[in-house]
Design a protein around this ligand. Sequence first.
Ligand SMILES: [Zn+2]
Length: 314
Amino acid sequence: MILSRRTLIAGVAALPVAALAAPDYAILPVPLADGVWMIRGADGPIEPANGGAIANIAIIATPAGTVLIDCGPSVRYARALKAVAEKLTGMPVIRVYLTHLHPDHGLGAAAFDPAIVSALPGTIDALRAAGQGYADAMYRILNDWMRGTDVVLPGKPITTDAELFGGRSLKLLALSGHSGADLAILDERSGLLIGGDLVFHDPAPSTPTADLPRWRASLDRLRTLPHGGLVPGHGPFDAGGTASIAQTRDWLNWLDGALTQAVAEGLDMVEAGELPIPDHFATMTAARYELQRSVSHLYPVIEARLLPRIDMPD
Ligand SMILES: [Zn+2]
């Protein structure tokens, strides 16, 4: 059957509004330890098929209430997450931490009272400056999934290195490198480390706001911090807690060296995006895609470092 444009428009007009809206998010918490669950983000880039729900989220049950670490890309996601988490723990959500400014992790914060949403001061400043641009981009990609989502700044800046919830202590690590301010959280009871996007596990790291030396220093800090399993920002749970840190660091080392050499050899950005990727990264997903994105993010920085204007003082 061939549908004319007129038939299609008439058919769409006859559909109930609900049928036109995006489908609901599937939120499936997986237990990791006593009172800790992870919701695994979809693999792949932000796209309508996944509603932007690509980031991992953690739920922690405490005697004082439920804590969320990141809350997804949209109000629709965050409302569903809240309902699932509160049903799971039997306790209301009393704290939502945003690990960093990226919209796949935190635009859903608009679903909560800003007084319970907490982030590093650098993250709040960055959201004030760049949040609206991220939100606009997400609306353009995701349309109906984003309806009702606005940038709401966290109302509780993190000023201490731990927060106690009825006896359950969460250690708050103020780091940086994936972005200007990256929060990692250690649940001291279970030993689980929630790394945010400082740690990628199998998906190649994304670098739109990266500072590679700082990122490597943050990974060194996480590596030496005693911990058990690790929840990465993207990719599967790392039960041993070290492989994902090593993999992320290995990729960043290679990326920095390869792009620096490419600039030194005079390759243009298209050529740099086609650089051979070492075989030991073969298990990494989206490696070519992220390399090409990283060239666009990092090439200008490396060029400025290696090729200073001779008339400009250091
Ligand atoms: Zn990120």
